[in-house]
Design a protein around this ligand. Sequence first.
Ligand SMILES: Cc1cc2nc3c(=O)[nH]c(=O)nc-3n(C[C@H](O)[C@H](O)[C@H](O)COP(=O)(O)OP(=O)(O)OC[C@H]3O[C@@H](n4cnc5c(N)ncnc54)[C@H](O)[C@@H]3O)c2cc1C
Length: 489
Amino acid sequence: MRTGKAYIHDMQKMKMNVYMDGQKVPRDHDSFVPALEKMALTFDFVSDSEWEPLLTAVSHLNGRKINRFCHIHQSLDDLVRRRELTRKFQLYCGSCILRCGGADTINALSIVSYEIDQKYGTEYNKRFLKYLEDFQDNDWVAPIAMTDVKGDRSQRPRDQANPDSYLRIVEKASDGIVVRGAKSCISLAGYADELIVSPSRALSKDESQWAVAFAVPADCEGVKLITTPKPEGRKRKYMPAIYAQYGGSDSFVIFDSVFVPWERVFMCGEVDFAPRYGQLAALYHRFNYTACKPAMAEIFIGAAALMAEYNGVERSGHIRDKLGYLAAVAVLIDAAGIAASCQAKKTDSGTWIPGGLPTQAGRWLACTNGYKEFEILTDIAGGLASLLPFEGDFFEPEVGPLLHEFIQRRADVPAENVHKLLRFIHDTIAGPASGIHLAGTLQGGGTPIMQLIGVLREYDVEEKKNVVKRLCGISGSGLEDHKPEKKTM
Ligand SMILES: Cc1cc2nc3c(=O)[nH]c(=O)nc-3n(C[C@H](O)[C@H](O)[C@H](O)COP(=O)(O)OP(=O)(O)OC[C@H]3O[C@@H](n4cnc5c(N)ncnc54)[C@H](O)[C@@H]3O)c2cc1C
């Protein structure tokens, strides 16, 4: 397994294909350091006895000890530990650890490559397992690169004015394929070793050029990563805080005629498996959300409760109602994740998947409550949390002491603590990454309607109709039983 230092060194060695604000920049550019340092935790903590049982696993390929983010779920226990790991990282950093995407997509690939082979006699699973061994041995980081740029949303891939609006195969050769297209909103691509690419939608029979899944090094020829850094807080000079030293980044990833050797191609034209891949990758990703989102809600509850206490209003009825609301939602999302773990199943490929219904419903609940959580924290924190003067002003000799005097609330709470909490809430609701977190809560892993489609795909509505028919005394199997007799003139 790599250390954090070795990971950062590997990032420094990669070819320059990251673009930021009009410049080509190295992966260790100052703006990306908070992201690199957060990712480094996922390597360094493997030797910490408190983290080791969650952060490591045993490879089913060769029995070697590996990082859990490179692991294929072999049991219900693996799924449980994975949720616990996600939750623990969220609470430790105060933000998303971001290494989940690659782990989710390799799990999806382990199933889909197997199922395609079963149906078509292909060799994708053999290729994938070989790739997986490299992935595990090198302790690679990869994003889930799925969201196509999509062009006109009312048109299918084959009907788009630009056929590359959905990434596709533009050439097939004896040694591999050439692909062209772009994937948008790809978290962590700017500091990943590999990109694992998959189709983003269902395809029809004549859309085989868009049914493609593969992996390439993130700095390979033709790949361009237009990357936006996402610091969790404004830079601190006087009051260091754990959460404020970390960050992330997201990329618009362009594949400008990229060659992929056959050994890295895991789907090539099998249109019937495109939705299966998308559904599985989304399922694993949403399962993770049932752990990180309640953890984030708990941070919101803690911040709101502490602010109310410092303000002297913690016993007020409306504050208790609002905290109760946040707590109930957090508990229900977490409960959905626990239920999904309990309903986990082993697929024919040997990989375990979480229960679909609770995963989709839990993620939907998180999606639709993200803005509510922000609303409650913003409400309880008051206006100054949004409009807080810069940190430096609090340490300026003339106005600093005055600011500290006038931000004091309850007499027994030191002004410095009020300042620290206000700065945390400021970064959370009005900081450089606040809007991105909100958008991620709503759209990461698919918009709310996608979760509901996921629910209805598995939920047996017919059975519920039958329950009501029995309760009402409606007999018969269908409507034709009760067709009115035709009247004859
Ligand atoms: C913070 C963040 C992180 C992300 N990380 C990743 C990542 O790591 N990897 C990745 O692959 N993706 C990632 N995403 C992308 C995310 O999965 C997508 O944003 C999401 O699936 C929505 O797709 P879209 O952005 O193309 O929006 P659109 O598909 O354009 O949707 C916009 C609206 O139009 C509606 N709509 C779209 N098409 C239709 C239609 N045909 N009929 C009716 N209504 C329609 C949608 O329901 C929605 O309301 C991330 C997004 C965010 C915000």
